[in-house]
Design a protein around this ligand. Structure first.
Ligand code: DX5
Ligand code: ZN
Length: 218
């Protein structure tokens, strides 16, 4: 299992120090939530946060999750800042061509391309793109805020994407985001997830070392 702490749950002042500690405990990815106040009500980080993570925790894989409407503008900015994968939302695109064009732009920049879906979007909606992407990000809460309750409806979606890649010899990774802890992480692992994003379960927690060790075993 790959564990990806979500910096949304970090205090600003201790972002590098705290993230670096979680990395030393075995969390290999860092999950960076970008919100524009339009696609979701909240706003979060600018590309400079990716630059500081690249500098401050260089070995950690920088996983950018765009919750924005202007995907075209944000992709090059985050690529330049040092993202290693960029995931955008299916719901931010008006048609199939738009989805394919972003996948192509991300690949041309040499990065992993991820596609995410909100809790109310059916897994089947991503079928046309699965052979072209590197990562599927299943949202297990409504995007916008940390600390929400895990939605069980994400479990059959993870199972669907896992079965589909087996049946079609595809090798995209499956990531789940929202409300992840030991109990919900275990449920997702059973359905075939590869990457667990966890924010409030890890940042600022005294027993984060143990929490990460247990998640890594799943
Ligand atoms: C929600 C974000 C998540 C969030 C997860 O829109 O995409 O990455 O930080 O936070 P927790 O783990 O606290 O639910
Ligand atoms: Zn996220």
């Amino acid at each position: 299992m790959i564990v990806a702490p979500s910096i949304l749950a970090s205090k600003k002042e201790t972002l590098i120090e705290g993230t670096s500690t979680l990395f030393s405990f075995g969390a290999k990815w860092v999950h960076i939530d970008i919100m524009d106040g339009i696609f979701v009500p909240n706003t979060t980080f600018k590309p400079d946060v990716v630059e500081s993570l690249k500098k401050g925790v260089p070995g950690m894989f920088r996983d950018v999750h765009l919750m924005v409407v202007d995907v075209a503008k944000q992709i090059p900015e985050f690529a330049l800042a040092g993202a290693e994968s960029i995931t955008f939302h299916f719901e931010a695109c008006k048609d199939e061509d738009e989805v394919f064009s972003y996948i192509k732009t991300i690949h041309n920049l040499g990065l992993k391309a991820g596609l995410s879906l909100k809790p109310n979007t059916k897994a089947e909606a991503l079928l046309p793109y699965l052979k072209d992407i590197d990562l599927v990000l299943v949202m297990s809460v409504e995007p916008g805020f940390g600390g929400q309750k895990f939605m069980e409806s994400s479990l059959p979606k993870i199972a669907f994407f896992d079965q589909y890649r087996k049946d079609n010899q595809l090798n995209y990774q499956i990531e789940v985001d929202g409300g992840i802890n030991q109990e919900t992480g275990e449920k997702c692992a059973k359905e075939g997830v590869d990457i667990l994003v966890a924010g409030s379960y890890l940042y600022g927690k005294e027993d984060a070392n143990n929490r990460i060790k247990e998640l890594l075993k799943l």
